[in-house]
Design a protein around this ligand. Structure first.
Ligand SMILES: [Ca+2]
Ligand SMILES: [Ca+2]
Length: 495
């Protein structure tokens, strides 16, 4: 029982891999492995030989800049085993993000999928516009690719599953694709409310110099109209309009985008100009909004019925990230459906890759491994079967309900609790504890009444204990996926 070379090499602090898993764990690839791999318990499937061989997964994104550097670093497979398809007519596979800037986002996502399912064939697909996104979804479906990882949201509503991006995802799902989509990072960047004619509503924008201010305002009734101005407060405290919304998107929406100045404060002043009073939804692309409304902050296509929508939980904390978008959707459905680990390092050049994006790539990778396992076991492995298995296996993290951000909980592939032996040897006054796990053991806790609980990052523990009175010692072994086993050891007193 030694500290795993995986753990040492890949900096998984405080974790151990039991001998069982160590012996069987394949040498997966040359790169660094995301901590989320072990948090989910993907190593359990690896040890049964399910590393994604024979599986295909598409990473759909705005762009795949930096791909060659990632390949050179051993974080992505060589180009000859990748499939690539660009629907971005202007920029090709490198793509651009929604601000028109070069982006490596898709490469970061593909690296995570590759860490989880190292032997799966990766298909990199990019788009820029909603129309191109729909073409990409159609192509993936026509290719018969069973799992898609898509970590992006469109900022124009509606967010009730009826918009064009949601429609594209629903058609892919109807065509047999398990479409895994981020819920979005908009819990602190989404405001909703009314601004009846003649009553403009100011919404503060939290900026640091240089961040982009990108705002999208949406409403449901196309015969109504609304708009906003962006105002800047100068050193003398007066507000000056610096930008005004223009029309955007295929639905009722208005948009403005520009980089923030280094000084002063910004606010958006939202107003409804005509029509019956509408619920207005203001979404900010990168800066947080003061008075943000977390409820209803799942954008689109995370709002699609056909999407397995993913919230973000930092892999060490077990608590929803404050930015992770929450339901319900505008039409009252619960979203997200599940959570995934985030704030991971899948490539040492990019430590702390965060957001619902990273969480989504982990869940997609998990779907690939489950599909491989189920096929190998002769079990049904259609999109619905995989989705159901993921939801059923998730680790409950909090109350369920339409407005929770967790969905079913943290994705979990390791479903078995650690094996735990705990025995007291009176002749030596020693408590002997031995824990093993098919996945990655996290810690062994020893609780002695009246003493501080000891948390040991070791699988084998010999503790000297000589209680004066009869004592019940509680020993708990936890694995990283959140399973635990408890044993109670009764010790007679020394006197
Ligand atoms: Ca990696
Ligand atoms: Ca386990």
């Amino acid at each position: 029982m030694v500290k795993s070379p995986l753990v040492r090499r890949f900096g998984l602090p405080g974790a151990m891999v039991a001998a069982v898993a160590l012996g069987a764990a394949p040498a997966v690839h040359a790169g660094v492995l995301s901590q989320g791999v072990f948090r989910m318990g993907a190593d359990v499937l690896w040890s049964s030989g399910d590393t994604g061989a024979g599986q295909v997964v598409a990473i759909v994104d705005e762009g795949f800049g930096g791909l060659d550097a990632s390949i050179a670093a051993g974080e992505m497979p060589p180009r000859e085993v990748l499939t690539m398809r660009s629907f971005d007519a202007r920029h090709g596979l490198d793509g651009r993000n929604r601000l028109g800037l070069p982006t490596e986002h898709g490469t970061r996502m593909a690296e995570i999928v590759h860490d989880v399912a190292p032997d799966a064939r990766l298909v990199l697909v990019n788009y820029n516009t909603v129309a191109e996104f729909a073409l990409a979804a159609e192509w993936v479906t026509a290719q018969g690719i069973p799992v898609v990882s898509h970590s992006n949201s469109f900022l124009d509503g509606p967010f009730d599953g009826s918009g064009p991006a949601a429609g594209a995802v629903d058609r892919a799902a109807a065509g047999g694709v398990l479409w895994v989509n981020s819920s979005g990072n908009f819990a602190m960047r989404h405001w909703s409310g009314t601004a009846p004619a003649g009553t403009p509503v100011p919404v503060g924008i939290t900026t640091v110099g240089g961040t982009w201010i990108q705002l999208h305002l949406s409403w449901r009734d196309p015969s109504a109209s609304a708009s906003f101005t962006v105002e800047h407060r100068g050193p003398d405290g007066t507000w000056t309009a610096v930008a005004a919304s223009g029309p955007s998107g295929p639905v009722s929406a208005a948009v403005a985008a520009f980089p923030a100045a280094d000084d002063g404060a910004y606010r958006a002043v939202v107003r409804q100009d005509a029509g019956t009073p509408q619920l207005l939804e203001l979404v900010s692309g990168s800066a947080n909004l003061e008075g943000a409304v977390a409820d209803g902050s799942v954008l689109t296509p995370g709002d699609a019925r056909g999407s397995l929508t993913v919230g973000a939980v930092p892999w060490q904390s077990g608590t929803l990230a404050p930015y992770s978008s929450r339901g319900p959707t505008e039409d009252g459905r619960a979203k997200p459906d599940i959570s995934g680990p985030t704030y991971v390092t899948a490539n040492p050049g990019y430590p702390g890759t965060a957001g619902t994006s990273a969480a989504t790539a982990h869940v997609a990778g998990a779907a690939v491994l489950l599909r491989a396992r189920r096929e190998a076991a002769g079990l049904p492995a259609a999109a619905g079967d995989i989705r159901q298995a993921l939801v059923a296996g998730a680790l409950d993290l909090g109350p369920a309900g339409p407005d929770t951000g967790y969905g079913a909980g943290m994705v979990r592939l390791d479903l078995s609790a650690p094996r735990l032996e705990a025995r007291y040897v009176p002749s030596r006054s020693v408590l002997r504890v031995r824990a093993t796990d098919d996945g990655t053991l996290d810690a062994v806790e020893v609780r002695v009444p009246g003493a501080r609980t000891r948390v040991l990052r070791r699988a084998v523990v010999n503790l000297r204990l000589r209680p004066a009175r009869a004592t019940r010692v509680t020993v708990v072994a936890r694995d990283l996926a959140g399973n635990r086993t408890t044993r109670v050891v009764r010790i007679r007193g020394a006197r």
